[in-house]
Each structure stands twice: as structure tokens, then as C-alpha cells.
Design a protein around this ligand. Structure first.
Ligand code: FA5
Length: 341
């Protein structure tokens, strides 16, 4: 004999009580609500009923179907909630009041040294300027007294864009724009990333940082230049370091100098970091050439000025004892994390 609606209801709830896994719930769903399921099967009983009882019976079957659906959904939700509770109970406990156990991030050594030099110059009245990495030929070369086909361009090959722009080879590329923006008198530093198409070694990278500085005013002379260079180096290193100044040629300064420091990696003995010379070229400088001042709109009858181009990446090498400049661009967290501050 076919099972009655009430019997089926009781049987379902009994089975649901015993079900305790998602597989068991799914089996119940198929058994009672599937196409050939038992609740659907109740409809077969309709044929035996009088016409006036069929409507009521159909409604009861539908109610049972909804109740079965709801009961299974409730048990699944209950089981999920229990699961979650168990997971939470078993999860490791974190004491939020304890210090963090994970390794801390750190600033890049170049950022550290850049900020230090910025502070030193800011305290001496220099403003800190930002400038583009993609520039045009005029700003990188021509405004700096380096016309097309000048041999000085050979020293600074770079990467060109198809529209004729280029990645700046030195921070001097910003000189003209900054002179035009502020006029004289002027004290400014402008750090930035530079690019050169050249082979790399322990002290040369194709991507490195410089910090340019210019000071333009009445009666600025080489003594002012030497004073600022000495102050900067003694503040950065906080100890006496051997420095040498020798003539250097840059078309945008006259006279021009190379400022080298005794290599702090080998103590001046000679090593790969200084190309075995014992000295590291760090901060070329000089008195700004009148053609450059004129291109920047500065009155050369009234004003003179000095400029320097500090090798920030090399400064970071010397300050932190990094033997190979390429380590600084390596992204190697093991070596960079030594400089946590
Ligand atoms: C220049 O770039 C001039 N613009 C500097 C200057 C500015 C001179 C103002 C006079 C007045 P130089 O090519 O020598 O010069 O580079 C300057 C410094 O940048 C170098 O002394 C060195 O410290 C650093 N440098 C140059 N090329 C590289 C490189 N490939 N990798 C790492 N550092 C570099």
C-alpha cells in the first residue's frame, strides 16, 4: 500500500535527524524531492481520491514539499555554522597586543640616503624639486651647451623613444626648466632616476640615481661650491673622509671639477667597487657656464652660480658598504632588509 502523506512526513524528519553530513543531506534531497522522489510520488495517490478531495490533497503535498526543502536548507545552514565554529575553535590564537612577528619592511638604501641629503640641503635654504624621467633632447643636451654631434654626447648614450624623446641621462636635464621656473637668485636640489645605455659593473648601472644642485646668486664663486660640498659630505658620513678635487670637463660648467672620495669599501687600496683606483667619482661640479644661464633666462651680468651632480646610488654604496652597485637594483630583500630604519 502506498505510504500516506503523514507517514512520509514523519519518516522524513526521522531520517533528517540522523543525517550529519552534506552528502547525507544531498541524498535526502534526492530521495524526497527528486523527480522520482517520494514527495513527488505522493501525487500518484491523487488518482484514488474523489475529485473534491484532490485540490486539498495537492495543496498538502506542496506544503510538505516546501517544508522538506526548508528543513534540509536549515540543517545545511546549521552544519555550516557548526563547521565554522569548529574551525574558529581550532584556529591558532593571535594576541593582538603582542609585537608583530613578521619581518618589517624597510626603506631602500637610496631612499634613506636621498632623504638625508635632502634634509642637509633644505637646512641650508635649498628647495627640493621633482622632474620628469622622460625628457627631450633640448633639456638633456642642447640647453646644457651640448649641441647635436658634440663629442660629450658619446659619454651619455641613452634609450630613445620613437617620438624623439629620451630617458634622461643626468639630473642636469632639469636645470633649464628650474631656472626658467624660479629665476635668480635660486637654490635648489633635484634628485632623480637616470638612465644610460652602457655595460654594468660593480660601480656602474644602466639605471641609477643622481641629485643635482644649483645655486645662483650675486658673487657666487668656487669657494661657495667647495663649502657646500664639504658640508654635505661631512654631514652624510659623520666622519673625516678623504676627498680630491681635480679638473673635469662638462660643457655646462666652466671651470668644471671631478670630486672623488677615497673608496670606503677598500680604504683606498683598490677593489672592484672603485675599479681598483682607490677613488670613486662621486660628485662632479663646477661654475655654471654662461650659455646655460642665458638659456635659463638668467642675467649673466648680474648672476653667477655653481652646479653639482651627486651620484646618489654610489653615495648609498659608500655609506652602507655595498660592494656591488647592482645589488641595489636587485630587489633582493635579504640584502636590502639590512637597512631597516
Ligand atoms: C654628470 O652626469 C653631470 N651631469 C654631473 C654634473 C652636474 C657636472 C653639474 C657638473 C655640474 P657624470 O656622468 O660624471 O656627470 O655623472 C655624475 C655622477 O653620477 C658620477 O660621478 C657617478 O657618481 C654617477 N654615475 C654616473 N654614471 C653612473 C652609472 N652608470 N652608474 C652609477 N652611477 C653613475
Amino acid at each position: 500500500m502506498a505510504i500516506s502523506l503523514e507517514e512520509l512526513r514523519e519518516q522524513f524528519y526521522e531520517n533528517l535527524k540522523n543525517a550529519d553530513s552534506s552528502e547525507a543531506f544531498e541524498q535526502l534531497r534526492v530521495r524526497y524531492l527528486g523527480k522520482k522522489g517520494e514527495v513527488t510520488g505522493l501525487l500518484k495517490n491523487m488518482g484514488a481520491l474523489a475529485a473534491d478531495q484532490r485540490k486539498e490533497y495537492g495543496q498538502k503535498v506542496n506544503q510538505l514539499k516546501n517544508a522538506v526543502e526548508q528543513a534540509i536548507a536549515d540543517r545545511i545552514a546549521e552544519a555550516h555554522a557548526k563547521d565554522l565554529e569548529n574551525k574558529i575553535a581550532l584556529a591558532p590564537r593571535f594576541d593582538l597586543t603582542q609585537p608583530v612577528q613578521l619581518p618589517e619592511g624597510s626603506y631602500h638604501p637610496i631612499t634613506l640616503v636621498q632623504r638625508e641629503v635632502e634634509q642637509i640641503f633644505a637646512s641650508m635654504g635649498f628647495t627640493i624639486e621633482d622632474y620628469d624621467e622622460i625628457v627631450d633632447d633640448y633639456h638633456c643636451f642642447e640647453a646644457l651647451n651640448i649641441p647635436k654631434h658634440h663629442p660629450a654626447r658619446d659619454m651619455q648614450d641613452t634609450y630613445y623613444l620613437s617620438n624623439g624623446q629620451l630617458l634622461k641621462t643626468h639630473t642636469s636635464a632639469a636645470q633649464n626648466a628650474i631656472m626658467r621656473k624660479y629665476g635668480a637668485p635660486l637654490r635648489a636640489i633635484f634628485p632623480g632616476r637616470c638612465f644610460r645605455n652602457e655595460s654594468t659593473d660593480a660601480c656602474h648601472e644602466n639605471t641609477f640615481f643622481q641629485m643635482e644642485g644649483i645655486m645662483i646668486d650675486e658673487n657666487i664663486s668656487i669657494s661657495n661650491l667647495i663649502y657646500f660640498m664639504k658640508t654635505m659630505l661631512s654631514e652624510v658620513f659623520q666622519k673625516d673622509i678623504k676627498v680630491r678635487l681635480r679638473p673635469g670637463f662638462f660643457p655646462f660648467v666652466e671651470p668644471g671639477f671631478e670630486l672623488d672620495i677615497s673608496c670606503l669599501i677598500c680604504g683606498g687600496e683598490g677593489c672592484p667597487s672603485c675599479k681598483n683606483s682607490g677613488w670613486l667619482e662621486l660628485c662632479p661640479c663646477g661654475m655654471i657656464h654662461p650659455n646655460v644661464l642665458k638659456a635659463g633666462g638668467i642675467d649673466t651680468e648680474k648672476y653667477t652660480g655653481f652646479a653639482f651632480g651627486l651620484g646618489l646610488t654610489r653615495l648609498a654604496m659608500m655609506k652602507y658598504g655595498v660592494k656591488d652597485i647592482r645589488d641595489l637594483n636587485s630587489g633582493n630583500l635579504k640584502s636590502l632588509s639590512q637597512f631597516v630604519k
